[in-house]
Ligand binder design. Structure first.
Ligand SMILES: C[S@@+](CC[C@H](N)C(=O)[O-])C[C@H]1O[C@@H](n2cnc3c(N)ncnc32)[C@H](O)[C@@H]1O
Length: 223
């Protein structure tokens, strides 16, 4: 039987004021796994990280459900200390994350972290910023994801969770779970509102960017 290769390398460019620009290469496999494909939410979150790069420089960043890891890699490129994580039961996704770090010559930690599972490594994580692109896509996993985010924010009470998600059925479930897990939204943006037109023209969907903190976090904290 003939097999066709579905592995490709995509290039993602980021441009700023003056002559600042960068490029990240991602190894994708279009056939196999959710975590081996660059989802539109990831393109939007990576652009947000790039446009706010001074906020990310020298920060400790944890990406959940990172898959091909574009947002975390941009954070590493601008000088953050980055840990990329994905489902611990998916070695092919974790291996691809390591390969992508090597390809871009970026030194990130890669860790298996399954939402709602309290393995030893999660206990020591103290990120300033938690990232998650398209991690709210399967409502049966929302509770586990929010439990993990809530645990991490309680370990680092000044931290923030920044996520992009496809708003397919309204915010109600997410709003309910934020209250349940002691979290609140401090910023909500249309994902297309800050995306350069050449990127926006090839993406579609109702994608939101949300920043979430512990409800008890100081109202006056600068984000
Ligand atoms: C839709 S993909 C998004 C991947 C990547 N963030 C992006 O936007 O391109 C969802 C990701 O969440 C990961 N994931 C799903 N369930 C998970 C779980 N229970 N714990 C940890 N990661 C999970 C998948 O392996 C996959 O990488």
């Amino acid at each position: 039987m003939m097999t066709t290769t579905t592995t490709t390398i995509s290039q993602h460019n980021f441009y700023g004021a003056g002559d600042s620009e960068t490029c990240i290469s991602i190894i994708e496999n279009l056939k196999e796994e959710y975590g081996l494909f660059v989802w539109p939410c990831s393109v939007i979150l990576a652009e947000y990280v790039w446009q706010h790069r001074s906020r990310f420089r020298d920060s400790s960043i944890l990406e959940l459900g990172a898959g091909t890891s574009l947002p975390g890699l941009v954070a590493a490129k601008v000088g953050a200390n980055v840990t990329l994580t994905d489902d611990a039961t998916k070695p092919e996704v974790l291996d691809n994350m390591r390969r992508v770090c090597e390809l871009n010559k970026l030194n990130c930690n890669v860790l298996g972290l399954t939402w709602g599972v309290w393995d030893a490594p999660i206990l020591d994580l103290r990120p300033n910023i938690i990232l998650g692109a398209d991690v709210l896509y399967d409502s049966s996993a929302f509770d586990d994801l929010f439990a993990t985010v809530s645990f991490l924010l309680q370990s680092s009470p000044d931290a923030v969770f920044i996520t992009t998600y496809h708003n397919r059925s309204g915010h109600h479930l997410i709003e309910f779970l934020m209250v349940k897990w002691g979290l609140k939204c401090v910023k909500l943006l249309d994902g297309f509102s800050f995306l350069p037109s050449q990127k926006a023209s090839v993406l579609s969907g109702n994608i939101q960017l949300v920043e979430i903190v512990l409800s008890s976090q100081n109202e006056n904290q600068q984000l």
